[in-house]
Design a protein around this ligand. Structure first.
Ligand code: AMP
Ligand code: MG
Length: 344
């Protein structure tokens, strides 16, 4: 018969063993990776999240993205955008999501002196960027379409209703993905996710740090050098959103490169000295709106907008191949290329 002492020893060993197993399971669950790749808002999206709730959190986040896609689609007849564009100047009631995006669009339009303008949509359409039926419009067509381009004519009344001028058309293509990234990240956090990487067609947002506690490393593409990176951003709980002339373009019969970011003042693809701009800040919606605005504004004006706003950072790749980055990124942007630090 076994002694009381040996029974106690066996029980103790079993208890320690069970506790160690429990710890191992907990650590494995905490570090477990789940990934979802899907198509939404006309682009490929990927969400990678860690932890025991990650799988269900990702499905909740993708549902939230679909909801925003439905609200902001330009083609779906019931969408907020469609109803604004077919309102004939009448008042339209839209969702909270659309109001938030609209409000940010107007703020960034004001900050950038109209470099971002969601009412430029008819011009974007005319160039064929919405259908892929590309073509260089006649000058007169552009002049005529520009008459209905003016974000200042969008009104939002006290009840949150939207009123646009008859003939005016909007599109949230420049900032809807940024908003979707914010909302998806919010859903992940609400579902207990502490570590995630969201890549919504190049609009990157990260939740927390990597599971090992270090910052996420986000590569900044170098559009001038196929497949190569201009540098790496080390960030946590932030978004990095890029706009660039390389993303969507066509070559005209004249051999010129015509890209999809239109200067609302001219109606032509923005003649920017940037080939790409990446905006870094906490809010994806703001970063997305700004990346488009700064691209149109060009380097000098972009630096002025940055100095005045004082609430975001950016990395730009210029046509001459040089890299510029703002002071706030000194400790988190790494590049081996010739780079200029923009100071206040
Ligand atoms: P992004 O890739 O975020 O810079 O957004 C570019 C998209 O926004 C284009 O494909 C157009 O649908 C739309 N867009 C182009 N130029 C402008 C502009 N100046 N302001 C607002 N939206 C624009
Ligand atoms: Mg944008």
């Amino acid at each position: 018969m076994k002694s009381k002492k040996s029974i106690f020893s066996i029980a103790f060993i079993l208890a320690v063993g069970a506790f160690v197993c429990y710890l191992v399971i907990c650590l494995t669950e905490a570090g477990r990776e789940y990934k979802a790749t899907f198509f939404s808002m006309d682009t490929v999206m990927e969400i990678t999240a860690y932890g025991k709730n990650a799988k269900s959190a990702i499905s909740a986040a993708t549902e939230r993205i679909s909801e925003i896609e439905k609200e902001m689609s330009v083609n779906d007849e019931g969408s907020d955008t469609y109803r604004i564009n077919h309102s004939g100047g009448e008042t339209v009631f839209v969702s909270e999501d659309t109001l938030l995006v609209l409000d940010k669009a107007i703020t960034v339009s004001q900050m950038s002196d109209g470099a971002l303008d969601i009412t430029v949509f008819p011009v974007v359409q005319k160039w064929g960027f919405t259908t892929g039926n590309y073509g260089i419009p006649e000058k007169e067509e552009i002049t005529s379409l520009l008459k209905s381009v003016d974000y200042k004519k969008i009104r939002i009344d006290e009840s949150g209703a939207v009123i646009t001028e008859e003939g005016m058309q909007v599109d949230f293509g420049a900032l809807a993905k940024g908003s979707a990234a914010d909302e998806a990240a919010k859903v992940l956090r609400e579902n207990g996710v502490k570590s995630a990487l969201l890549n919504l067609g190049g609009n990157i947002c990260v939740v927390g740090t990597k599971p090992d506690g270090t910052d996420w490393n986000i590569a900044v593409k170098n559009p001038l050098s196929d497949g190569e990176y201009a540098g790496v951003l080390s960030i946590s709980d932030k978004c990095a959103v890029t706009s660039g002339s390389y993303e969507r373009f066509f070559e005209g019969a004249d051999g010129e490169h015509y890209h999809h970011i239109i200067d609302p003042h001219t109606g032509y693809p923005a003649d920017s000295d940037f080939v790409s701009v990446t905006v870094v800040c906490e809010e994806g919606l703001y970063a997305d709106a700004l990346s488009t605005a700064l691209f149109v504004a060009g380097y000098e004006r972009a630096a002025d907008i940055w100095r005045t706003a004082n609430d975001f950072e950016f990395v730009g790749i210029l046509k001459d191949g040089s890299v510029v980055y703002t002071e706030g990124l000194k400790e988190c942007f790494y590049t081996e290329l010739f780079a200029i630090c923009v100071e206040k």
